[in-house]
Design a protein around this ligand. Structure first.
Ligand code: NIG
Ligand code: FE
Length: 423
């Protein structure tokens, strides 16, 4: 397949300087005008101007040619923090928050995560998988080809494993085991419920998850209303020693030392960061841990969002994700999150492109995507943006007439007016 004559091709084949100085230089996106990409056997075989690529890979019989035209051709977008395996909305909680109730207060009264847990446990395997697959198909309509998906709405061994199986079965989903999301509803009332749950995770759930071999990452909600570093450290270390990467929810409501814990554990990402000290940021920077901004959650909770300039000034790499979940960020729209991160948190548009492509791919340990380079997996999207600069300007109103995952056009999007088969 040849995708050609893209007004702008973004190869993302550059590293942003670690100094964190704001950049608006399209050179930092590897922009190629009149760009083209050649694809064979699910891989990228050539990237450059249309003239260059056509010279090296002349179109032959049986090929498909895509005339990208006045659109942007970019790596498939990567959403590296979601709780997209949920089966029920919680709109009433949003109304309560608008009326002044706090997120923590609603959770204490039995709503919040506990209500999503009850709903998930009563859903069938088929319903879980179908719901998630539908959500990822909708995300792909905006160019997203890889989505990290956390468990954590099950919180018992059998249902956490069921959740992981559902996630692993959906193309494009990367499974993260999140046992430390909340104490499950059936244990909350009893005085030793919390310690019993911690023991169950450590002695039963984690070994079962490691044996099943389905999870790539482990996550913990390290926060005042979540878990303390002391409660989760040992199990996270063990998970890591057994090959899971670590991603942590850090400082969404309170700074309880989550950033320092993330650095200590060599976590690949530390997410949220509404509350974090300079020391915590220095620790993340030294450890090479990616900060994941979740502007949908801060917006939906009415919080002051983190200052991306402060993170960048500490030399921390920044990703942006949806946090797609029924409680704090009921969105599937990654480009809209990029828009919020630029307008409300101070990322530049150039940094925002990195934050939804190369940086999240790195934080997921996926070095075969997030950039366009020969040999990488052919995860690509054609976005109906007039130019790269329009990403924050269009407020999430981005459509992808063509999306490839490993070279395969995603069914809903194989737009016939774009793709021509060479006879
Ligand atoms: O990332 N606060 C922790 N976890 C989620 C929310 C989960 C929920 O409320 O269902 C978050 O914001
Ligand atoms: Fe989250």
């Amino acid at each position: 397949m040849l995708l050609r004559h893209a007004r702008e091709l973004l190869t993302m084949d550059r590293e942003l300087p670690r100094s964190g100085a704001p950049t608006w230089d399209p050179g930092d996106l590897g922009v190629v005008r009149d760009g083209a990409v050649g694809v064979a056997d699910g891989r990228i075989v050539a990237v450059g101007t249309t003239a260059e690529v056509e010279r090296r890979f002349p179109v032959s019989s049986g090929d498909t040619v895509v005339e990208v035209g006045d659109r942007v051709l970019a790596p498939g977008l990567v959403d590296c923090h979601t709780h997209a395996l949920f089966v029920q909305d919680r709109a009433e909680e949003f109304s309560l928050r608008l009326q002044g109730r706090s997120y923590q207060d609603i959770a204490r009264a039995g709503g919040g995560i506990a209500s999503s847990v009850r709903a998930l446990r009563s859903a069938s395997d088929a319903q879980l998988q179908a719901t998630l697959a539908r959500r990822l198909r909708r995300m792909a309509l905006r160019g997203v080809t890889t989505v990290e998906v956390k468990t954590g709405y099950a919180l018992d061994t059998a249902n956490e494993l069921r959740s992981l199986r559902a996630i692993a079965a959906v193309e494009g989903a990367v499974p993260t085991f999140l046992p430390y999301h909340a104490v499950p509803p059936e244990l909350r009332a009893s005085p030793d419920g919390r310690s019993r749950y911690l023991k169950e995770v450590s002695e039963v759930m984690l070994p079962a998850v490691l044996a099943a071999g389905l999870a790539r990452f482990i996550d913990a909600y390290v926060d005042g209303a979540g878990f303390s570093p002391a409660e989760v450290r040992e199990a996270l270390q063990r998970a890591r020693a057994s090959g899971l990467g670590v991603r942590l929810h850090v400082g969404q409501f309170d700074d309880v030392g989550g950033a320092e814990l993330a650095a200590e554990l060599g976590a690949t990402s530390a997410d949220h960061l509404e509350h974090v000290t300079d020391r915590g940021l220095d620790a993340l920077s030294s450890a090479g841990t990616v900060a994941v901004l979740l502007p949908g959650a801060a917006f939906s909770l009415g919080q002051t969002p983190p200052d991306a300039r402060r993170l960048r000034a500490h030399g921390v790499s920044v990703a942006v994700a949806t946090d797609s979940n029924p409680g704090t960020s009921r969105t599937e729209n990654l480009p809209l999150m990029a828009s919020l991160a630029v307008r409300l948190e101070g990322l530049t548009t150039v940094e925002a492109w990195h934050a939804i492509t190369a940086v999240p791919a790195r934080s997921l340990g996926l070095d075969d995507r997030g950039r366009l380079r020969p040999g990488m997996r052919a995860d690509l999207c054609v976005l109906d943006l007039p130019t790269w600069e329009a990403l924050p300007y269009v407020l999430g109103d981005v459509h992808a007439p063509l999306v490839l995952r490993a070279g395969v056009p995603l069914a809903a999007m194989a737009s016939p007016e774009l793709c021509q088969h060479v006879p």
